[in-house]
Write a protein that binds this ligand. Structure first.
Ligand code: NAI
Length: 287
């Protein structure tokens, strides 16, 4: 097979914004798509069928194949039901895009436990639930593609997004481990950190910036990460407005202490420890 043709891809949160663009681009390229969306508001409240149904209708009207799922990724049963929808409708699952998301922004001193938990439940637990349900199928068929929606907030941090940044950073740790565990089974896992004008960003950036950030720019990058030709795994890719970058870790040359140093001896060598001019791609010393 080539590209995503004939593959079965489940996209969570595909009733609007970026998820819709991912679903449309892979359907146009010949994938069969599960369009999952709970259909609630930006803060996670409410639910409905209209969002997922509209994207399924759009795909079918263009000659593509799609089915709707209205399950919430926030529950284990929801993740299982999304994968079951793919198996029931199309007999297999090849790709999962864990894209569903909500926002509960607040400066950290005002962030409540509820704001924290709601965001972890949809982004981090939500990705776990759907990917965990698909994983045995991907392993057994020795082919699979996982894409999770990370964010520059998870890489660099962002004011008011301690909950969201923690979840998004967690997703990067998730795909790095899935990349290690999946490689010998032909299962690749990567993270996309998108930048796009959607309801999520409607009041975050000015209109003149947002008009250059169609979700359509991000969708082919996700399409590549789902394609048979993709060989990368464990990568983090920032994409938006026509730009596509990989973000990677580097480590300084650092220092080696022969004996346990004092606090002062560590301080004395701090400039060397933090000298980025010596940096090389980071490797896991216990990997
Ligand atoms: P969006 O709000 O348009 O789409 C998110 C979708 O997820 C919505 O359709 C919503 O109904 C669905 N959803 C929410 N909770 C759900 C649940 N429990 N189960 C199933 N579906 C659920 O937002 P957008 O911008 O399209 O975001 C998509 C992903 O990209 C999110 O994970 C977001 O955090 C991430 N992202 C977006 C950026 C942007 O610039 N738009 C920047 C960085 C990350």
């Amino acid at each position: 097979m080539a590209g995503v043709e004939g593959r079965v891809v489940a996209v969570t949160g595909a009733g609007g914004g970026l998820g819709r663009a991912y679903a449309l681009v892979v359907a146009a390229a010949g994938a069969k798509v599960v369009v999952n969306d709970l259909g609630g508001a930006r803060d996670g409240s409410g639910a409905g069928h209209a969002a997922a149904d509209a994207v399924v209708a759009e795909i079918r009207a263009s000659g593509g194949e799609a089915v709707a799922s209205y399950d919430s990724v926030a529950q284990e049963a929801g993740g299982a039901a999304i994968v079951a929808t793919a198996l029931d409708a199309f007999g297999r699952v090849d790709g999962v895009v864990a894209n569903a998301g909500i926002l509960r922004d607040a400066a950290f001193h005002k962030m409540t436990g509820d704001d924290w938990a709601a965001v972890q439940e949809v982004h981090l637990d939500g990705a776990f639930h759907v990917v965990r349900a698909a994983w045995p199928h991907l392993r057994e068929q020795r082919h699979g593609r996982v894409v999770v929606a990370a964010s520059t907030s998870g890489i660099y941090g962002n004011f008011g997004q301690a909950n969201y940044g923690a979840a998004k950073g967690g997703l990067i740790g998730l795909v790095r481990t899935l990349a290690i565990e999946g490689r010998k089974y032909g299962v690749l896992a990567n993270a996309i950190a998108p930048m796009a004008a959607t309801r999520m960003t409607a009041d975050i950036a000015p209109p003149e910036v947002l008009e250059k950030l169609s979700p359509a720019h991000v969708a082919p990058v996700v399409g590549h990460l789902l394609a048979d030709e993709c060989t990368d795994s464990g990568g983090v890719f920032v994409a938006g407005g026509g730009q596509v970058h990989q973000v990677a870790q580097f480590m300084t040359k650092g220092v080696t202490f022969a004996d346990v140093p004092s606090i002062e001896q560590v301080g004395d060598r701090w400039a060397e420890i933090t000298d980025l001019s010596t940096a090389v791609p980071g490797v896991n010393p216990v990997g």
